[in-house]
Design a protein around this ligand. Structure first.
Ligand SMILES: Cc1cc2nc3c(=O)[nH]c(=O)nc-3n(C[C@H](O)[C@H](O)[C@H](O)COP(=O)(O)OP(=O)(O)OC[C@H]3O[C@@H](n4cnc5c(N)ncnc54)[C@H](O)[C@@H]3O)c2cc1C
Ligand code: FES
Length: 354
C-alpha cells in the first residue's frame, strides 16, 4: 500500500490573487522515494477544521530541480484550497504521499519532437513541469503552449512562462487566451475549445506536425479538445490528458447484483493485514465502506481520476461506476478503483498490497 510521510512546508508563495504555490522540505533520506516524472502529482493529507482531507496537486517544477512544489488554486467553497490559500504557512507540517500519475512521457535527449501543450487555469501546473523538462532535456524539440485564463491577473506562472520564452525564443511558442478581458487579436479572446483549436490549426500550430499533445483543464474542455484533435488527425495514443476532478456522484448507481441475499462479504488485505466486513449491496463503494469502518486505506479524489485507491480484485465481481485512470491492461490484470467499485457478488476479496 502507498504510504504517507510527514514533511515541513518550506515556502508558500502567492502566484495570483487566487493561487499559491507551496514547496516542501523533503528529507535527504526520502529524496529517492520522492523522485518524480514531469507531469506527476503529490497527494497531500491534512487535518483542516477537524476533518482529514486528502487532495492531489500536480508538481510544477522540473524533476531535475531538487525542488518539490505544487500550485493550489482556490476553488469557490473548496475546503483544502481555501485553507492552503489563507492559512498554510512555511514551517507547518503536512503528510505527503509519494509522487504518482501517468500524465507524462519519456522525455529524452535523443528525441526531437513537436509538442502541443494546452492548459486552462490551474491546469498549467503539470504542464509547466512538462514544458520545463522538454526545453531542458530535448534540446531540439519545439513546443507550442496554448494557455487559457479569465484575465491577465489570473495567469498562474506568467512571469516564469515569459522568462522561458526569453531563454528559448526559437523553441517555445506562447499563446495566452483570455475569456474575460479584451484582447486585440480576436482569436486569442474566449475559451479554449474545439472551435478555437480548429481556428488555430495551420496558423498557430500544424496538426500534421504534432507528435504529442498534453491537455489539462476542466473536463468539458478536455473532452471537446480531444475529439477535435483526433478529427484533425492526431491519434488518441498521442493525446495525454489530466483531469483535476469530475462531479462526485451523490447517490450510488444501482448495480445489478448477481448473487442472492442483501449483503456481500468483503475481505481486504492492506499492509499484510486482513480486514473483513459485510456490505449491503448498492449502498457504499468498497472504499467508503472500509473508511467508515476505520480501515486505513489510500485515497484522494474519490472520483475515479487519481488511481490512489487502486487495488487488485482477487475474488468476486464488482461494478466500477467511473474510471478515468486505469489503463485497459490494468483492468485486464484485475485492478479496480475501490472508490468507484460496488459489489455485485456475495464474496469480494481485494488486495491493496499488489
Ligand atoms: C490528479 C489531480 C491533480 C490535481 N492537481 C491540481 C493542481 O495542480 N492544482 C489545483 O489547484 N488543483 C489540482 N487538483 C484538484 C484538487 O485535488 C482539489 O480537487 C481542488 O483543489 C478542490 O479541493 P477543495 O478541498 O478546495 O474543494 P472541495 O471542498 O473538495 O470541493 C468544494 C466544491 O468545489 C467543487 N470542486 C472540486 N474540485 C474542483 C475543481 N478542480 N474545479 C472546480 N470545482 C471543483 C466540488 O465539486 C465542490 O462542490 C488536482 C486533482 C487531481 C485528481
Ligand atoms: S481516490 Fe482517486 S480514483 Fe479513487
Amino acid at each position: 500500500m502507498q504510504h504517507s510521510f510527514p514533511v515541513t512546508v518550506k515556502e508558500v508563495r502567492r502566484e495570483t490573487p487566487d493561487c499559491v504555490s507551496v514547496s516542501f522540505e523533503i528529507p535527504e533520506e526520502l529524496k529517492s522515494l520522492f523522485s518524480f516524472k514531469a507531469g506527476q502529482y503529490l497527494n497531500l493529507i491534512q487535518n483542516v477544521n477537524g476533518e482529514e482531507l486528502h487532495r492531489s496537486y500536480s508538481l510544477c517544477v522540473s524533476p531535475n530541480s531538487d525542488e518539490w512544489r505544487v500550485a493550489i488554486k482556490k476553488v469557490e467553497g473548496g475546503r483544502f484550497s481555501t485553507y492552503a490559500n489563507q492559512e498554510l504557512k512555511a514551517g507547518d507540517s503536512i503528510q505527503l504521499m509519494t509522487p504518482n500519475g501517468k500524465f507524462t512521457s519519456p522525455f529524452e535527449k535523443t528525441q526531437s519532437k513537436y509538442y502541443l501543450l494546452i492548459a486552462a487555469g490551474s491546469g498549467i501546473t503539470p504542464v509547466l513541469s512538462i514544458l520545463k523538462s522538454i526545453l531542458e532535456i530535448e534540446t531540439t524539440s519545439q513546443v507550442c503552449l496554448i494557455y487559457g485564463n479569465s484575465s491577465v491577473d489570473q495567469i498562474i506562472f506568467r512571469n516564469q512562462l515569459l522568462n522561458l520564452k526569453n531563454i528559448y525564443p526559437d523553441r517555445l511558442q506562447l499563446n495566452f487566451i483570455l475569456s474575460r478581458e479584451w484582447v486585440e487579436e480576436e482569436c486569442f479572446q474566449g475559451r479554449i475549445d474545439g472551435n478555437k483549436l480548429r481556428a488555430f490549426n495551420n496558423r498557430i500550430f500544424f496538426s500534421s506536425d504534432v507528435d504529442e499533445v498534453f491537455l489539462c483543464g476542466p473536463e468539458t474542455m478536455i473532452l471537446d479538445c480531444k475529439s477535435t484533435l483526433s478529427d484533425l488527425g492526431i491519434s488518441e495514443s498521442r493525446i495525454h490528458f489530466e483531469l483535476f476532478g469530475t462531479e462526485i456522484q451523490q447517490t450510488p448507481r444501482k448495480v445489478e447484483v448477481v448473487s442472492s441475499g442483501t449483503l456481500a462479504k468483503i475481505r481486504l488485505k492492506t499492509d499484510g493485514r486482513t480486514t473483513e466486513f459485510d456490505l449491503e449491496y448498492n449502498t457504499q463503494s468498497i472504499l467508503d465502506a472500509a473508511l467508515s469502518r476505520k480501515v486505513n486505506l489510500p485515497f484522494a479524489c474519490k472520483g475515479g481520476v487519481c488511481c490512489t485507491c487502486k487495488a487488485k480484485l482477487i475474488e468476486g465481481e464488482v461494478e466500477m461506476t467511473k474510471n478515468y485512470g486505469l489503463e485497459p491492461e490494468e483492468i485486464e490484470a484485475g485492478f479496480i478503483l475501490t472508490c468507484q467499485s460496488y459489489p455485485k457478488s456475495s464474496k469480494i476479496n481485494v488486495d491493496f498490497d499488489q
